[in-house]
Design a protein. Sequence first.
Length: 219
Amino acid sequence: MISLKSKKKRSNSSRAWLTRQLNDPYVIKAKEDGYRSRSAYKLKEIDKKFKLLKPGQVVVDLGCAPGGWLQVVTERVIGGAVFGVDLQEVAPVGDVAFLQGDFTDQRVVDSLLEQLNGRLVDVVLSDVAAAACGIPAVDSLRITVLVQHVAEFCDQVLRPGGSLVAKVLRGGTEKEILVGLKRKFSKVVHFKPESSRSDSAEMFVIALGRKNTQTDPHK
Ligand SMILES: C[S@@+](CC[C@H](N)C(=O)[O-])C[C@H]1O[C@@H](n2cnc3c(N)ncnc32)[C@H](O)[C@@H]1O
């Protein structure tokens, strides 16, 4: 167990957070393996189970900063095209095309559509997280709204048969998300990777086989 030795003044909660980070096996592993975030292992587990990422695909990663998921995607989607979107800047990752902005803003979507130049997307990933306020019902509702935006984003860019991975929070509204997505995808399940902290309400909704109900945004 590594404990904090620095005399720097910190609140109890920030000391607890830092101590947990220093001792988290996935934080340590991410450092050793050169990943920018421990989240990289969540996507690896998701992909191991659902086999979503394949060479030559077009993949969009929403809420991609600092870039751990992008690193995993570029390892697997050899010869494809990878796009990342985030409010925050992201240091370059391979050939990833990065758009800085809010993915719920239609101007950002339009800019992506322009770069896609007529292609549709095979896989949409969303690890988007709204700043948590700590009230479970409010945080869960916030992420539900974000996932609804992610689903609308898919309406515009995802090809029929394509897949979606989106972070949700356990706590009341995840069933509604499931029902909404089941109308648009052939198979929708929840998955909690082992690398997702057991004391976190976070889990992922995996939606496979987008139904052919959308209109082509490029037409
Ligand atoms: C948990 S982090 C993602 C970590 C990332 N998957 C990785 O492996 O490095 C969530 C990100 O979502 C971004 N975010 C939140 N709301 C957003 C929005 N409306 N549009 C774009 N990015 C957003 C945040 O800026 C944050 O960087």
